[in-house]
Write a protein that binds this ligand. Structure first.
Ligand code: 5RP
Length: 226
């Protein structure tokens, strides 16, 4: 296992200790969450059920015998566990590198508490070095690229591609990746971009920030509360 994967496995294990038996659990998406799903299955901890943020996580949960429910079947989730592409000292994050940002924001909003599990490479002073994912309605993509690029001369937005075609999300929409940002006020930035016509979800999670971050470091798992 690589050193980074070892940190991911440690934070996944640490998250289990914050979850009680019978909890309703939101489950995110990505390689760190995959460690969490595997650790949950191996632990024998019985949760009431899960709501997942992607087809990939749902498939992994079901394969390991963990019950998965649709979002509308559950009124409220006790805890949402997910990774991040970047997280800063207020618990604000960039997410969506794995293209699941819209369902991640929905499940996070449905949860009482957001536990972010991340290795130390994700910890930043200012959000924006990681290309910001934005899920968009396809017909708006070209105009939204212009909107982002009008924010500053160093800002470049591009359509995420896969095998020569636009990437299609679980929600049948497209994705932009925006480079060259330095997001000084994540709450204001998320509010601004969210109201541009054609934006489905912007990958800044400030209104749905983390409440807890379990950060895997070379000196052990550090816990931050926000
Ligand atoms: C997926 C996400 C992930 O949480 C984020 O990309 C981190 O992934 P990983 O744990 O693989 O580094 O937002 O849309």
């Amino acid at each position: 296992m690589s050193p980074q994967d070892s940190l991911k496995a440690q934070v996944a294990q640490a998250a289990l200790s914050l979850i009680g038996p019978g909890a309703w659990l939101g489950v995110g998406t990505g390689s760190t969450v995959n460690f969490f799903i595997d650790a949950l299955a191996a632990s024998g901890l019985k949760v009431a059920g899960t709501v997942s943020s992607s087809e990939a996580s749902s498939a992994r949960l079901k394969q390991l015998g963990i019950p998965v429910f649709a979002s509308h079947e559950v009124a409220e989730l006790d805890v949402y566990v997910d990774g991040a592409d970047e997280i800063e000292s207020h618990g604000y994050m960039i997410k969506g590198g794995g293209a699941a940002l819209t369902r991640e924001k929905i499940v996070a909003a449905q949860s009482k508490q957001f536990i972010c599990i991340a290795d130390e490479s994700k910890w930043v002073q200012t959000l924006g070095a990681f290309p910001l994912p934005v899920e968009v309605i396809p017909m708006a993509a070209a105009r939204l690229i212009q909107c982002f690029e009008s924010l500053g001369s160093g800002v470049k937005a591009s359509l995420r591609m896969k095998e020569g075609k636009p990437w299609v999300t679980d929600n049948a929409q497209h994705l932009l990746d925006v480079r060259g940002l330095q997001i000084q006020d994540p709450l204001a930035f998320e509010s601004l971009v969210s109201q541009w016509p054609g934006v489905v979800t912007v990958g800044v999670f400030a209104h749905q920030k983390a409440n807890v971050c379990l950060l895997g470091t070379a000196h052990g798992v550090k816990t931050f509360y926000f």
